[in-house]
Ligand binder design. Structure first.
Ligand SMILES: [Zn+2]
Ligand SMILES: [Zn+2]
Length: 134
């Protein structure tokens, strides 16, 4: 079952495909305007909402209340270093089985899940240890 997309949804979908990280609705609006594909901010929000319910766009809410949109990740997880910001992909998913269990026990269609690990990468740990010695 695949919903028919409007031209606005298609444009946003194509834009998100070219952007590797999350982007706010406001920035999507600006990006589209810069590439002569202008649409109103309300349309941007409406289209994002529709894409979200289709399961192909995911939203991540930051601590500052900003919502970042990106294409729904196909089960990719990362270790993110809080110091230098490096993002290390991990090639396994500890909750994959759980997801299937939940789908059947709750008759719930899971589109995606997120799982993030934050801390210090090995290089930053070394740097921090060196700083401590001085
Ligand atoms: Zn680091
Ligand atoms: Zn996963």
């Amino acid at each position: 079952m695949r919903a028919i997309r409007t031209r606005s949804q298609e444009r946003i979908f194509n834009l998100l495909k070219t952007i590797k990280k999350g982007i706010s609705a406001q920035d999507i609006y600006v990006e589209l305007r810069n590439t002569n594909q202008s649409m109103g901010l309300a349309t941007v929000y409406r289209s994002l909402e529709a894409l979200k319910l289709e399961g192909i766009v995911q939203v991540r809410n930051l601590a500052n209340g900003e919502a970042l949109y990106s294409l729904a990740q196909q089960d990719k997880h990362h270790l993110t270093c809080l110091q230098c910001g490096v993002s290390i992909p991990i090639h396994q998913c500890p909750v994959h089985d759980l997801e299937e269990q939940l789908e059947s026990s709750h008759k719930f269609k899971v589109f995606y899940h997120t799982l993030e690990f934050f801390g210090l990468c090995s290089q930053c740990q070394v740097n921090q240890a060196e700083k401590g010695c001085q």
